[in-house]
Design a protein around this ligand. Sequence first.
Ligand code: HEM
Length: 203
Amino acid sequence: MAAHDFADDAPDLPRSQRLKAATRTTHDRLDRRIMAGDIFASRERYARFVRVQYRFHRDIDALYAHPALDELLPDLAGRRRLDQIALDLHDLGQALPAPAQAEATQRARAALPLAQALGWLYVAEGSNLGGSVLYKLAAKLGLDRAFGARHLAAHPDGVARHWREFTAALDSATLSAAQERELVAGAEAAFASVRGHVEDELA
Ligand code: HEM
């Protein structure tokens, strides 16, 4: 059987929309799994979710200095949220998760080809959209952009505008059919890595 060709799924849609459709089931499962973890039942439960975020963003930290991504995206370094996540953990009285193999993982991400790196970054950037929903729920625990929920707070430009700047760059990149597949594979791998952290932290 021929390999499934993502580029042919709906050629009229922008790439960002096709990527969303290609990963929708994975995303929906992840959302449901996280919300089933009762992450707003207490600050202690919420801190487990922030640990998931920390571990994911530590994995991908090298992407924010990826030369090819930097050429493509406006304000790549400004999109990095690891420091805010670390401050949120500090606010919550949490130690940073142990650096299990983080250095090796980071080195691997730094060397990712552009299309895969874009797929990983899509997942990190997209999580900001859900993040604005989570930010409102965090308010019930007394958390906000000054304490405990810094990393979920909207970007000063506005969540929607910040996201559109990312998808515009994603849509404008010139990618071969093979790279289109790498993009989806990168996003799926990123979702799988978040899922792994969720299983560890929210068990
Ligand atoms: C760290 C965990 C999460 C990751 C990695 C993640 C990832 C993503 C991604 C990539 C998108 C962009 C979809 C698009 O292309 O428009 C997105 C959107 C969204 N996510 Fe999540 N998400 C996470 C957690 C959650 C949770 C727990 C919720 C639960 C409420 C949620 C709700 C949403 C919503 C409401 C949107 C906007 C959907 C839309 O505009 O159609 N996300 N998320």
